[in-house]
Design a protein around this ligand. Structure first.
Ligand SMILES: [Zn+2]
Length: 160
């Protein structure tokens, strides 16, 4: 079962804006899911209610990651760059060392893709680099890493 949502959109070098990829994989909202930039985040519903996160109910092929009350966050691509081992990619155009890529979700919409240098990632994640791939942006402009949502186990619920 695919365990990521996909957003299609240019992923550009933070330094020279050369296009590095045409998509980002992430986990937030309905997983798996397929989006374009500008789309609203979707959540899987069961009996008209948003399903509990990290539970896959019998008869469903998708599950929810995260918290639908949170509308502003950065969801990092765990496959594009393996941030757990500190892998980086060199931009083929300007040779910038690109260490991470994320989709910014603003007001519950997929706003844009962003790439990061290792220094800016270390600043964003503080002590949690490699241990989290979701950063919540609070209304007062703070960033909160959520290692509790990193590669979460999904519980299968055998209930109609
Ligand atoms: Zn570049």
């Amino acid at each position: 079962m695919p365990d990521c949502a996909v957003v299609v959109g240019d992923v550009c070098c933070y330094q020279c804006h050369h296009i590095l990829s045409d998509r980002i994989l992430f986990q937030w909202g309905e997983v798996p899911a397929f989006y374009s930039i500008g789309d609203e985040v979707r959540w899987v519903k069961r009996h008209l209610d948003i399903m509990m996160p990290f539970k896959l109910y019998k008869g469903f092929s998708s599950w929810n990651c995260g918290d639908p009350t949170i509308e502003n966050l950065l969801a990092f691509d765990g496959d594009f760059f393996d941030i757990t081992i500190g892998e980086t990619r060199l931009c083929p155009n300007c040779a910038a060392s690109v260490a991470g890529a994320a989709v910014a979700i603003v007001a519950n919409r997929l706003s844009r893709t962003i790439t990061y240098s290792r220094t800016s990632l270390a600043h964003l994640f503080e002590g949690n680099i490699g241990l989290a791939d979701i950063i919540v942006m609070t209304s007062d402009g703070n960033y909160i890493t959520r290692p509790d949502w990193f590669d979460p186990p999904v519980e299968y619920v055998d209930e109609e």
